[in-house]
Design a protein around this ligand. Structure first.
Ligand code: PAF
Length: 291
């Protein structure tokens, strides 16, 4: 396994690999890796000869009052996990190398990015799409793998790849959960033990939605109200949004008659967490069995 830090070196290596006929798989991450990331590596391994995992805490996707400076970082631990998982190249550029002085070009999507996390994190998806487009141009992957936990992000990247004609297959990997059902996230590291228990209210809310759906309920407002009522039982929980949106357009639906995404963002103390469930279930969410 080798580590590349200079963007031009990454691009040259990628060009050499492609000339040699190798298929490149990219797993973009912000580091502080967990089993969710390693499942993306596994999928990339199945699809490519060479797996590149990028570690870059991307400053442009954090708002001014967000957690950029305190976002958890541990390169040595990440490198050991990558080595064990069979990553071939870690791409770990410095912020100044990705955004040198005078940098001024950004990628913006103006429909899918408006709601859900886009509404409460202005500029977030502009930063995500910009860095992912740059990674695509530097790593030149045939296939790139993203997690379904960030469902809106995944949908936006698919849209960008399609609209901007990137010749890259975008693969989505299922949500990976801790043994208690909490969706894996690097930000779970912020949670104190009591908050970890309280954070289970997100998946409980999704289970409520699934139970009602299985019982035949199709009214989005009634399902959202039941989810909200459960979360309100947890004093430290503050709902950012609970939404039921069309699976493809991400527009809110009144009735669950077509494939939808039930998505929510909830802060537990100072930690903002997200989770989601597709209905009918499509295997990407892997919500634990009903309780
Ligand atoms: O999901 C993430 O970790 C980030 O948003 C990504 C896709 C690596 C872009 O910085």
């Amino acid at each position: 396994m080798k580590t590349i830090t200079v963007p031009e070196d990454m691009q040259k290596t990628a060009l050499d690999l492609r000339r040699a006929g190798k298929r490149i798989g990219l797993v973009p991450t912000m580091g502080f890796l967990h089993e969710g990331h390693l499942s993306l590596v596994k999928l990339a391994r199945q699809q490519a000869d060479v797996v590149v995992l990028s570690i870059f805490v991307n400053p442009t996707q954090f708002g001014p009052n967000e957690d950029f400076s305190r976002y958890p970082r541990n390169f040595e631990r990440d490198a050991a996990l990558c080595q064990a998982a069979g990553v071939d190249i870690i791409f770990n550029p410095a912020p100044e190398a990705m955004y040198p002085a005078g940098y001024s070009v950004y990628v913006e999507e103006n429909v899918l990015a408006k709601g859900l996390c886009g509404a409460s994190r202005p500029g977030h998806f502009r930063g995500v799409l910009t860095v992912v487009a740059k990674l695509f141009n530097l790593v030149l992957p045939d296939v790139a793998v993203f997690g379904q936990k960030d469902a809106q992000q995944a949908r936006l990247i698919q849209q960008m790849a399609h609209n901007l004609n990137f010749p890259i297959a975008i693969l989505l990997a299922p949500i990976i959960r801790e043994s208690n059902g909490l969706a894996m996230s690097s930000r779970n590291a912020y949670l104190a033990p009591a908050e970890r228990r309280e954070a289970l209210c997100l998946q409980q809310a999704l289970k409520t939605a699934r139970r009602l759906y299985r019982a035949g309920e199709r009214d989005a407002r009634r399902i959202i109200a039941a989810m909200q009522a459960g979360i309100e039982q947890i004093p430290s929980a503050r709902v950012d949004y609970i939404a039921i949106v069309d699976h493809d357009t991400l527009q809110p639906v009144a009735q669950l008659d077509t494939p939808v995404l039930v998505a929510l963002a909830v802060s537990i103390g100072k930690t903002r967490l997200i989770d989601n469930l597709a209905l009918p279930e499509d295997g990407l969410s892997h919500l634990p069995a009903m309780k």
